[in-house]
Design a protein. Structure first.
Length: 210
């Protein structure tokens, strides 16, 4: 597999990303992953300027519809690929996505651990097919929320999903990339290795080479 550079973004609009200069500064980026809670205009800008594929999941603060001067518009960014409950291969990299956070007030993109497990179960047949024909289940799992007790917090809103830990143990992705957990000051715990999986908090932005 040829090494590729991936731009990871989540939760916060970054001024020097939201700039025409990224066409030069990030011209070597191969594709972009968004882990949620970013406005559609931001994702649409990035995919337009970089002219590279952008894969995303929705976060708990994303809206399915937004009001504009022209009327009500879908909250899904144009020109980008919604990964939720999908397994997609791009340049020999297998990506899978799971949107949302733990259910805490019943609004959009919130799930119980049982509901998230059910979303994973529906994708298992394709994962097993990948293992047979690709010799691996998945390379990058893209989520909004983190795994339970891994970068998460104790309050229900920011608690991670236990089924993500089970997923790591069984399907052994190379990366689990998430957002949702904001990093401030000296709290810079953005990378953890669980078994052989690198769990990465994409808050703001990160650039990784895979």
């Amino acid at each position: 597999m040829i090494a590729m550079k991936v731009l990871l973004i989540s939760d916060k609009v970054i001024e020097h990303i939201y700039s025409n200069s990224i066409a030069d500064r990030m011209r070597d980026i191969d594709f972009v992953i968004s882990c949620g809670d970013l406005p559609s205009y931001y994702l649409e800008f990035i995919v337009t300027i970089l002219n590279k594929p952008l894969f995303y999941v929705m976060g708990n603060h994303n809206a399915s519809k937004i009001c504009t001067e022209s009327g009500i518009k879908t909250g899904f960014p144009e020109g980008c690929v919604n990964l939720n409950q999908k397994i997609i291969e791009y340049n020999n990299v297998i990506l899978m996505g799971l949107e949302g956070s733990m259910k805490y007030n019943g609004e959009n993109y919130q799930y119980t651990d049982f509901q998230m497990c059910w979303k994973i179960n529906r994708l298992k047949p394709k994962l097993y097919i990948n293992k047979i024909f690709k010799k691996r289940y998945v390379d990058i799992l893209v989520t909004h929320a983190p795994p339970f007790k891994n970068h998460d917090k104790q309050d229900l809103c920011h608690r991670g999903f236990k089924c993500f830990n089970k997923f790591i143990k069984i399907f052994n992705p190379k990366y689990l990339v998430h957002g949702h957990i904001h990093i401030y000051g000296t709290n810079n715990n953005w990378l953890t290795t669980v078994n052989n999986t690198k769990v990465i908090n994409a808050y703001g932005y990160r650039i990784i080479e895979i």
